[in-house]
Design a protein. Structure first.
Length: 265
């Protein structure tokens, strides 16, 4: 008969699995590693999942949930059939990491306000990257081990996003609303990688600890939008009520030293 366990224990299992898979990838990660990270005996994990593949599926199935995972209907979670993990990843990203602003923009032959349009796209993407940071890191690391995951993650998902964003850039270039760039696909990748670094990867950089979440997002949006939108189509992006950082605060960020000045807010 299927057993049930406390939901908080399932949440702890998922958190531990994400950390281990992110560090070691799917192939090198062992159930004993995850049990050690969780602080339990290796055998106890099998009360929750049937195998390492089942645990990986559980993380994909529940790891995007906010604010906390939902307890599975029955435990242990069974080993998924071939192809089920990739299918579930695609489903979760469509549901939880889509960019509706980009889909809407691609349906318009011309933007009414190109700055606002691009800003909405960048902000949606930024929020998604920040929200799914831990699970995405796990997927990137594990894609090195699993060819079917690499094809899905880097090919269909990330490659598809680059293609769609590049199409929008080309379209807005043709209407004169974006300044011309020689390689729209590279410009799309620049947007994606810049957002990814500031929304996710900067957290692991000791020299960037003085950059606040607000400063990272606002500066990323401001520079990316102003770099693409044509001058004649671009209103002042920086909001009048947004305070300018003091010289001391900027020096602290530049040199990685804490500022002695009180910060706004």
């Amino acid at each position: 008969m299927a057993r049930t366990r406390p939901a908080d224990r399932v949440s702890s299992l998922i958190d531990a699995a994400v950390r281990v898979f992110s560090l070691k990838g799917f192939r090198r990660a062992q159930m004993a590693d995850i049990a050690h990270e969780m602080g339990v005996s290796p055998g106890s994990l099998y009360n929750y999942v049937e195998s390492k593949a089942a645990l990986f599926y559980l993380v994909i199935d529940q790891g995007f949930s906010q604010p906390s995972p939902v307890e599975p209907q029955s435990l242990p979670v069974r080993t998924p059939p071939p192809g089920a993990i990739a299918k579930r990843i695609a489903e979760r990203f469509r549901k939880d990491a889509g960019i509706p602003a980009l889909s809407a923009a691609l349906k318009r032959p011309r933007a009414e306000d190109p700055s606002a349009e691009l800003e909405a796209i960048v902000r949606e993407f930024y929020a998604n990257v920040r929200r799914t940071a831990f699970v995405t890191t796990m997927l990137e690391r594990s894609a090195l081990d699993l060819p079917e995951l690499a094809e899905l993650f880097y090919g269909r998902m990330r490659g598809g996003f680059v293609s769609r964003l590049a199409s929008l850039i080309e379209s807005r270039m043709e209407t004169g609303q974006f300044r011309r760039v020689r390689h729209p696909a590279v410009a799309a990748r620049l947007i994606i990688e810049t957002v990814t670094w500031f929304a996710r990867n900067r957290r692991g950089d000791p020299a960037s600890q003085d950059i606040t979440d607000e400063a990272a997002e606002e500066t990323t949006v401001e520079l990316l939008v102003n770099s693409l939108v044509a001058a004649q189509s671009r209103p002042r992006l920086l909001r009048p009520e947004t305070p300018m950082a003091s010289p001391a605060a900027n020096r602290a960020i530049r040199y990685g030293k804490p500022s002695r000045e009180p910060q706004p807010g």
